[in-house]
Design a protein around this ligand. Structure first.
Ligand code: NDP
Length: 480
C-alpha cells in the first residue's frame, strides 16, 4: 500500500506525530493508500521552512523564478497520463476527464503565472508638478493555500502558482479526501530543483492542519477554496489577525434558457454544465430555468440525454459519470434527492445508488438526477448539493427569472442561453454572480477575474487579480 508523505524543507517526511489516515478509491470503496495525519507541529515545521526560504525566493530575479515554475509545468505535462490515472483513482472522476481537463490545466496554471510575472507592472501617479507616486508590489511572505477535493491538482496549483510566481513561499494543504496528486507534485518539485522550503505541503485533516495554517502567526495570507461554512470559520480566525484573505466558496448556479436559444448547442452544453465531474464542480449549473414555451420540449430532450449518460468505472472510455468522492458525500446527495421528494419534487430520472458490475460493485455511484415541480425557495433549490442533481423550473420573462436566479445566498456563476444579444447583456448585468457565461459554460481565460459574490466568496483569483492578492501594494511618494 502506497504511503504518502509531507513535503517540508525540500524533502519528503513522515508526520511528526507518527499518525496516518486511510485514502479511499471512490470507484471501489477500498482503502488503497495512507496519508499523514499531521498535527500543528508539522505545520510549524513547514512555516519555519517557508519563512527561511522567503528572502532568497523573493529576491530571485523573476525570470529565474519563472524558469523554476516552467520546469514544474513541463514535468506535469510529461507525466500527464500517470497523474490523470492517480487523480481519477483518488477522486472517482472519469479518467478521460482527468486526462483532458484536470492535469493539462494544472500545467497551464504554472505556465500562465510563470510567464505572467514577467509581464507584471505597477502604477505611477504624477501629482501635478509636485510629486510622483509609484506603487511597489512586493510579495507578502508565507502564503497559506487550502484547496478542496473536487478538482484536486487543478485547484491546488491555481493557488500555489500565482503565490510562488509573485515571490511568496507557500504552506499548502490539499483535501485529505484527495491528497494523491498533491503528493506527486512534491516529487515533481524535488526533481525540478525547486529550492527547499519554497513550497511545503502538509497533509491531514482540515480541522487540524487547515486550522493550524489559518491560525499560524507566520502565515499572513490565506487563499482558500472550499465550502461556505468552512470559509466563515477561516474568516473568524484570520480576521482578528488581520490576514489577507481570499475565499472561493460554494455555489448554487442558475442556468437561464430562453425560448429563442440555439437549442442543440444549448442542450449539449447544459447537460455538461449540470453533470460534468458528477456535478462536483463549483461552477455546475444545478438550477435550470426554462422559458415556459420551451419547457416541455427542453425537459423531454434533457431527460433523454441525461438517461443516456453512462455511470460506471471511471477507467472505461465510455463512462460519462464516475463515482462521487466519498461514501459520506454519496449519502448527502441521496439525502437531498429524498428531501426533494418530501418537498413535492418529481424525480424524472436518476437519483439512485448504482452498483456497477465487477470491480466497482462497492463504489460510490449515483445515477444523475433531474427533478421538476419544486418551488424556487425550497431547500433543494437553495442549498448547495454539489452532486449529480439538477432541478428544472419554468419562468415567464426576464424579471421573473432574475428574481428566482438571484434568490439564493450564493453568487458564483450563471449561464444565459439566448440569441437576443441585447437581452443577454441586460440579464448578465442583473445577475448577482461573479461570472456570467452567455451561450457557453466554463469557457475559461485565465486572465479574467474569477470568484463569487454574496456567500460564494471574497476576492478574486485569476490573472492580475491573483498577483495583486499575493502582493502587498505600497505607495512611494517622491516630492519633486
Ligand atoms: P471543505 O470546506 O470541507 O474543505 C476545503 C478544504 O478546507 C479542504 O482542504 C479541507 O480539509 C479544509 N478544511 C476543512 N476544515 C477546515 C478548517 N476548519 N480550517 C481550515 N481548513 C479546513 O470543502 P470540500 O472539500 O467539501 O469542497 C467542496 C466545496 O468547495 C463546495 O462547497 C464547493 O462549492 C467549493 N468549491 C468552490 C470553488 C470556487 O472556486 N468557488 C471551486 C471548487 C469547490 P479536509 O478535506 O482535509 O477536511
Amino acid at each position: 500500500m502506497e504511503q504518502l508523505q509531507n513535503y517540508i524543507q525540500g524533502a519528503l517526511s513522515d508526520p511528526l506525530g507518527g499518525a496516518w489516515m486511510p485514502v479511499h478509491e471512490p470507484a471501489t470503496g477500498a482503502v488503497y493508500a495512507r496519508l499523514p495525519d499531521s498535527t500543528p507541529a508539522d505545520v510549524d515545521a513547514a512555516a519555519k521552512a517557508a519563512r527561511e526560504a522567503f528572502p532568497a525566493w523573493a529576491a530571485m530575479p523573476a525570470e529565474e523564478r519563472a524558469r523554476h515554475l516552467l520546469r514544474i509545468a513541463d514535468s506535469i505535462e510529461e507525466q500527464r497520463d500517470d497523474l490523470a490515472a492517480a487523480e481519477s483513482r483518488d477522486n472517482g472522476k472519469p479518467l478521460q476527464l482527468a486526462t483532458s481537463v484536470d492535469i493539462p490545466r494544472a500545467a497551464k496554471n504554472f505556465r500562465f503565472f510563470a510567464t505572467a510575472i514577467l509581464h507584471a507592472s505597477s502604477e505611477a501617479h504624477a501629482t501635478d508638478t509636485e510629486a510622483i507616486n509609484y506603487t511597489l508590489r512586493q510579495p507578502i511572505g508565507v502564503a497559506g493555500c487550502i484547496s478542496p477535493w473536487n478538482l484536486p491538482l487543478y485547484l491546488f496549483t491555481w493557488k500555489i502558482a500565482p503565490a510562488l510566481a509573485a515571490g511568496n513561499t507557500v504552506v499548502a494543504k490539499p483535501s485529505e479526501i484527495t491528497p494523491m496528486t498533491a503528493f506527486r507534485l512534491s516529487q515533481i518539485c524535488i526533481d525540478a530543483g525547486l529550492p527547499p522550503g519554497v513550497l511545503n505541503i502538509v497533509h491531514g485533516r482540515g480541522a487540524e492542519v487547515g486550522a493550524a495554517i489559518t491560525a499560524h502567526p507566520d502565515i499572513p495570507a490565506i487563499s482558500f477554496t472550499g465550502g461556505t461554512q468552512t470559509g466563515a470559520q477561516i474568516a473568524r480566525t484570520a480576521a482578528p489577525m488581520f490576514k489577507k484573505l481570499s475565499l472561493e466558496l460554494g455555489g448554487k448556479n442558475p442556468t437561464l434558457v430562453f425560448a429563442d436559444c440555439d437549442f442543440d448547442a444549448m442542450l449539449d452544453t447544459v447537460v455538461r454544465s449540470a453533470f460534468s465531474n458528477q456535478g462536483e464542480i463549483c461552477l455546475c449549473g444545478s438550477r435550470i430555468f426554462i422559458e415556459r414555451p420551451l419547457y416541455e420540449t427542453f425537459r423531454d430532450a434533457f431527460v433523454d440525454r441525461v438517461r443516456a449518460l453512462r455511470v460506471g468505472d471511471p477507467l472505461d472510455e465510455g463512462t460519462a459519470q464516475g463515482a462521487v468522492v466519498s461514501e459520506e458525500h454519496m449519502q448527502k446527495v441521496l439525502g437531498y434527492v429524498a428531501l426533494a421528494r418530501e418537498e413535492g419534487g418529481r424525480v424524472l430520472c436518476g437519483g439512485e445508488r448504482v452498483r456497477p458490475e465487477g470491480r466497482c460493485a462497492d463504489g460510490w455511484f449515483i445515477s444523475p438526477a433531474v427533478i421538476e415541480d419544486l418551488p424556487f425557495q425550497c431547500r433543494t433549490n437553495q442549498e448547495e448539493i454539489f452532486g449529480p442533481v439538477a432541478t428544472l423550473l419554468p419562468f415567464d420573462g426576464e424579471e421573473d427569472v432574475l428574481a428566482m436566479a438571484n434568490s439564493t445566498p450564493y453568487g458564483l456563476a450563471a449561464s444565459v442561453w439566448t440569441q437576443d444579444i441585447t437581452r443577454a447583456h441586460r440579464v448578465a448585468a442583473h445577475l448577482q454572480t461573479g461570472i456570467v457565461w452567455i451561450n457557453c459554460w466554463m469557457l475559461r481565460d485565465l486572465r479574467t477575474p474569477f470568484g463569487g459574490m454574496k456567500q460564494s466568496g471574497v476576492g478574486r483569483e485569476g490573472g492580475w487579480e491573483a498577483l495583486r492578492f499575493f502582493t502587498e501594494a505600497r505607495n512611494i511618494c517622491v516630492k519633486l
